[in-house]
Design a protein around this ligand. Sequence first.
Ligand code: FES
Length: 203
Amino acid sequence: MSLKKVYDKQPNEFTFNDSNLKLAEKILTKYPSKNKKSAVMPLLYLAQKQNQNWIPLAAMKYIARYLSIPYINVYEVATFYTMYNLSPVGKYFVQVCTTSPCLLRGADKITKICKEKISPKQNELENNKTCSWTEVECLGACVNGPVIQINEDYYEDLNDKNTIKIIDSLLNDKPLKSGSYRNRKNTAPETNKNLNGEKNAQN
Ligand code: FES
């Protein structure tokens, strides 16, 4: 389980840039004006994207003012959900699913590789700040386990060999493609294989 820690070096100010201000206004139109506090989650996500994938306290205060709600209401949401990062993460942020189905399919080998190649501790930036990693709960792609999420993409059906290649590609700033690493199409069964993963005999 990931540890959520508020970063100790905080910027003093945060405001949405022009394009995000327009997006924020658009988001607000999805909610009744008396319930605009419901927009807190998409606005936090917007702030995270604007601020290199983490949310400073100044952004929470800004969103509270923007929605005319108490700061604590924003803070409690941002600190509860694991998809909000409260400290800087790497340019490539690797989230390793370690819930039971992925664990049974070898997620422990993936966390070991992350410890060796990125950082011994999760939520720590690798030396040149290219990568950081963390464990997360189910990513909702159990049938393709083990699964990792890198920024907004899923890498699925992994084993130790292809995980090493993927992490190396991130460290070299040339990420490999996302998707299934057993050439499955989405969650479809592999073609021409029986339930034991052996090739069917040709007719
Ligand atoms: S258990 Fe890993 S994606 Fe669901």
